[in-house]
Design a binder for this molecule. Sequence first.
Ligand SMILES: [Zn+2]
Length: 168
Amino acid sequence: MCPKCEEHRDAISKAVGMEQKQEAVRLFSEHLTIVQKEREVYNKSVDDARVEMTDYVRPAGVIPPCSANLTKVHYTMDFSQAVSVPHHARQEGPLYFLVPRKLQLFGIAVEAIFRQFNYVIDEDQTIGENGTGIKGPNGVISMLHHCLQQNGFGEEECIIHCDNCAGK
Ligand SMILES: [Zn+2]
């Protein structure tokens, strides 16, 4: 369920009369068809990447760009929700910290090798003050660049999927 889905569901429940309701349902199912197509593209990209990687053994260290004959390497990236430190999965009762420390989590998954690299960004490590500015293009591209450089395969081409911020 994305924010668009919520909007469509809302529109259906608020629609007055048969015609308006049918139109709202039609728009929602149109959206779901697009979602289904996007899913298929994503799943196919992951499958293709895994097939290409089956016999590939990555040499250790940094690999120069475009030095490996790979064209289907697939990356997925996204921010997780901010994590407060100290953090307990099952926090009972109040925390004895007035202001917990806030960490940002950014993950890049390399599906073909079943591995994910997580960037843990402390409050004082962001571009802006007090943990701000990390979600902008400078922060994201810096981390992506680091990951591709350090953990990439020297591939000729790759496919990247990321959250398109449907909420915004
Ligand atoms: Zn949706």
